[in-house]
Design a protein around this ligand. Sequence first.
Ligand code: ADP
Ligand code: MG
Length: 595
Amino acid sequence: GLGNVTADAIVQQQEMTVSGEENVPAAEQVSAAQGADGAPAAQEPPTDTRAAAADGAPKEGSNQDTTAVPAAVDEGTKEEPAGGEASAESAAPPSDEKTAEPEAPARVESSFRLPEIDAEFDVWLKGQLDASPADAKDTEDFRYLTFSELPPFTDLHKSLMRKTMTPELFAKLKDVKTSKGYTLSNGMQAGVLRPHLGVGFTAGDEESFELFKEVIYPIVEGWHKFDPNTQEHKSDLDPTKVTMSEEQAALFQKYVKSTRVRAARNISGFSLPAGSSKEDRLAVEGVLKQAFEALPDDLQGTYFPLGGLTAEQESALQAGGFLFQKPGPMQLLGAAGAGRDWPEGRGIFHNEAKTVLCWCNEEDQCRIIAMEDGGDIKGVFGRFCALSDSIKTASEANGKSLMYDPKLGFLGTCPSNLGTGLRASVMIVLPELNKDVHKLEEICAGFDLQPRGSSGEHSAAVGGKWDISNKQRIGFSEVELVQKMVDGITKIIAMEEELAAKNAGGGEVAAVGFKLPEIEPGFDAWLEGQLTASPADVKDTDEFRYLTFSELPPFTDLHKSLMRKTMTPELFAKLKDVKTSKGYTLSNGMQAGVL
Ligand code: ADP
Ligand code: MG
């Protein structure tokens, strides 16, 4: 019901981003699913960090990229500020900072709009925009901001960048610039403009990882539970090391509709998309095109520049799950500047069967993808590894190398996607587990897997079809992550089969229609005891039983409700035997929040 949806959650749903790995916290994850039926995300009070339900802050108990949140396809337009342009100019406070320096490039006429976040913050932001010098890489629809001071973040700003950025750190790094011209402000821009982002910092080039290390390392640690200061990342692209028994292979062939493995690859010497100049972007495309030409015969295909595709071709590729979408101005990539000069320099390479694909200049310079129908994970991973090797070899033949760091692994735009940058996913139909999405998400989390809907991050699981993939990116090799996915999916299939068998059994199962949830072993045992001890209620039905709690429930960390926060042992003791004349008790009122 509506009672579960906070105003904040509604606003945040409208602000969902679709792009970026912003959605894969390796840390704690409890589902934040299901806005509609009162699962945790929507139930969180407005002050909770959960506000980012849609785009994925790695926050307490949230798996905000969960698929049950409907994708906001048009967040770009929804987020356009209501106010006009020229009128707002005069309303802005006079800025005492000088505007463009004499030798700075002329400022282009701009359709760039600031978001509306909070009245006071918005005024500050407007002042910063007005005072920001023009950047040679500004475009008609995008302006890089230069923050003169640590942004006065609002309660809506949830990112790890915000948590990391102290006034001291800001002061220390604010004038630092990479040789490509990427600044601290550039890296922070998406996180400042889009408060709900979970990471909130983008790298603009390889040097960013060194110069802004003091920002990036804590973010990496917060997101991945991997400390680059003390840990090393290992890559292993030997597909023969993945083991899958014949039994597993048969199970996968039965349940898995399609398999996909992707990762980011960027080339040293060129900016990453958020910091790219037009020249760099085109140069990247040039190097990649040469690399595609040099691929071995079994990986050969054609490169299609995005600008050369008809609208029909583009949407057919998108509908098939083969191609990325244009980033909206207020999505992560748009807000970070990675959507400038769209579609120039972007494109897709694929073979005829569309089992080998490369994206050019979307979130990363290159995303390499292997996919095919069915559940032959070893085969798909093998093709992925061959593609990875070939892109590396072909780049090196051209005198280029891939961005790779011994601590951070493969480098990319978003710190949430470092290390392997690998996402190995299966599309799998799970009709039984689909009946309790919240539980499915918990099960996945237990295996370090992440469920997404049938058409990508933030989409719904149509017909019980899920995209389930590894959740971790760094600290494990590619082989290890694929193996974890294979083994986790095997267990999930076993659970699905068990449930199906139970439900098909009918008889005794149907007679006891009421089932307790599985929340946490200790709590579950307590709940079972309460159920057994609860007296029958005349209003009980075949499929529902009213519980009578004998004591304040031993709530778990998963219990997020205001009821839980309100209910003290004293209050419980005081009201536990109170009954309305209609027979409704305190336990009756609490039951949903406990279960
Ligand atoms: P990524 O960040 O890995 O690119 P997205 O969630 O943005 O993932 O999805 C990209 C596209 O790939 C979507 O259209 C999605 O449905 C598709 N996709 C993901 N996994 C699979 C799979 N195993 N089989 C087929 N299509 C898939
Ligand atoms: Mg993506």
